[in-house]
Design a binder for this molecule. Structure first.
Ligand code: MLT
Length: 406
């Protein structure tokens, strides 16, 4: 009789957003009359911008014409998109070449898959709280050790607690990791890291011979000039960092899927093996390229008009973020994030735990959010709201929360 991958037995519960969806659906079934407002999963609500849709339409037409039809995409991405992405890095002052950019179907897949090019025994460091994909993908790969119920943590991971005390930025761990996952602007806390602090992380990773897997999915939300948009704005990052980016949050591609990962050619393992060539090999074997239509849409994101339109959308969501922040602060809640990021991280009032707050918010105020403890033990007592709703729903949700807690 065959055996399944036993690592999967170590996964805790189901994927966070699946658990939430199940709870919400159960409530909807028993209360069909209730209009819920969903500020849980970070899914966008604004349609894809007109100039991007126009490019997508044109690409659809090309696909229907024998002279312009495209079959399999190049597995690493079309040159036109890789060039546009490398161009954006150049504008940020980072020297990233086109062949260091790998186009994919989104940052979630890349952040789950990137661990495959590391040694099976690599030591993994994650922030706590953390985007669960980094944790679960390494559990599946067998790097987590056992789940320790009393600690709410895996035995083999190196956890870097991000708390109110350290301003939700991680400190160097006592034990040296091989792989360090960092996400800034942060999901779930909505907090950022300064350029100076990120430089310290780059220097640290180079010193100990570790790789930082830097998830910059929310970089478009940065307005503070002191906050870096890319880890490659730090010197020496090309020898210790991989960066993952998304088109979901800046351009509303959650439903069409597009992202990319940067793996510099200078990034080599202890034996001098190029991580760029390993990721290219993995892409070539496991992936047949993001669709032409979607990559053309991605190219349009970089056009002058595309940039103008997506900036308007980002401003729209950040207006929501400000509304949530200010509304919750006005009733005395402690609130973090929401300034350079579309997530608001609030402290549950009266010492309430995260899931109790979730259940009560759902059943009493009819607003859906995400319990902080779902992102890790250190998220207990916190709760995440997203700014990705419509403005009208955001205003209504904040008013419901105010009335509920008054
Ligand atoms: C979230 O809500 O944390 C994100 O939407 C999840 C994701 O981007 O995969």
């Amino acid at each position: 009789m065959f055996h399944s991958n036993t690592n999967y037995q170590r996964l805790q519960g189901s994927y966070l957003f699946s658990t939430i969806a199940r709870k919400v659906n159960a409530f909807k079934e028993t209360h069909p009359e209730v209009e819920l407002i969903r500020l849980g999963i970070g899914d966008v609500t604004q349609p894809i911008a007109p100039s991007i849709i126009k490019a997508m339409h044109a690409a659809v037409e090309e696909m229907g014409n024998p002279d312009t039809f495209h079959g399999y995409a190049p597995d690493l991405g079309y040159d036109f998109l890789r060039k546009a992405i490398a161009g954006e890095y150049r504008e940020m002052g980072c020297s990233i070449a086109e062949d260091e950019v790998f186009v994919s179907d989104g940052a979630k897949s890349d952040s789950a898959n990137i661990q495959e090019i590391f040694h099976k025994d690599a030591k993994v460091a994650v922030c706590d709280p953390v985007y669960p994909v980094y944790v679960d993908s390494n559990v599946m790969a067998g790097r987590s050790g056992e789940w320790e119920t009393e600690k709410n943590r895996y035995s083999r991971y190196i956890y870097m607690t991000c708390s109110e005390e350290n301003g939700f930025t991680p400190e160097f761990p006592e034990e040296d990791p091989d792989m360090i996952y960092l996400c800034f602007p942060n999901n779930p806390t909505g907090m950022t890291i300064s350029k100076e602090k990120l430089q310290e992380w780059v220097d640290y990773a180079n010193r100990i011979g570790a790789v930082i897997i830097y998830d910059a999915a929310y970089e478009a939300y940065i307005s503070d000039p002191e906050v870096p948009h890319s880890i490659y704005q730090c010197s020496g990052a090309e020898t210790c960092a991989i960066e993952i980016r998304s088109f979901s949050k800046n351009a509303g591609f959650t439903g069409v899927r597009l992202g990319f990962t940067v793996v510099p050619k200078a990034l080599k393992d202890a034996d001098g093996i190029s991580m760029n060539s390993l990721w290219a090999r993995r892409h070539g074997t496991c992936y047949n390229g993001a669709p032409y239509i979607i990559q053309k849409a991605g190219e349009a994101v970089y056009s002058e008009q595309g940039q103008k339109e997506i900036r308007e959308q980002i401003a729209y969501y950040m207006k929501n973020a400000a509304y949530i922040r200010e509304g919750l602060e006005s009733i005395g809640l402690t609130v973090y994030g929401g300034v350079n990021a579309p997530y608001i991280w609030l402290k549950c009032p009266d010492g309430m735990d995260s899931w109790t707050f979730f259940d009560r918010l759902l059943t009493e105020a009819h607003v859906v959010g995400t319990p902080g403890s779902g992102f890790g033990a250190a998220g207990e007592g916190f709760f995440r709201l997203t700014a990705f709703g419509t403005y009208e729903n955001t205003v209504a949700a904040v008013e419901r929360i105010k009335a509920w807690l008054a």
